[in-house]
Design a protein. Sequence first.
Length: 174
Amino acid sequence: MEYQFLEGQPFWIVYSALFAIAFVRTQTIYWIGRGLGAGLHRSRWGHRIGDRIHRAEKLINRFGPPVVTVSYATIGVQSAIHLAAGAMRMSFARYLIAMLPGCVGWAAIYSLGGLAVIVAWWNLFLRSPLLAVAAAVLAAAVIAGITVLRRRARKRAEAEDPRRSPEEAPQKTW
């Protein structure tokens, strides 16, 4: 999806707009699902299924929130997951708590260009799964290496100047 109206805008406007888009879209899909679920429960088909619907609702209420959160990192099944959460009457409070971190992550992925990295990695995976896994492991190793080096440098700086209090120590600048 292209968001040309956001082109050239400050990051916070882009991020906020994408967060709002994700929030409104998934709330709309959830409430459409709630309406469909209400119709299902009142239908003959719903009465025929009976207890199986209630068991499915309990399972979705229990195990659904992490699925809702992770669904924002998927392409193609996100809407189906939100529709099912609504149709199976997932508690709105649980859904909202699971949905908010997903919206935060989705907005970050799209506003920071992360989708381009994901698409490039996926294309590499389709051509050579082994090479794609190696690239992911290499990226993780680079991130871990940078983290270790930054921690060592901070500890070394603290050791060189023992008079420095912990409050004066260099702060992380992520």
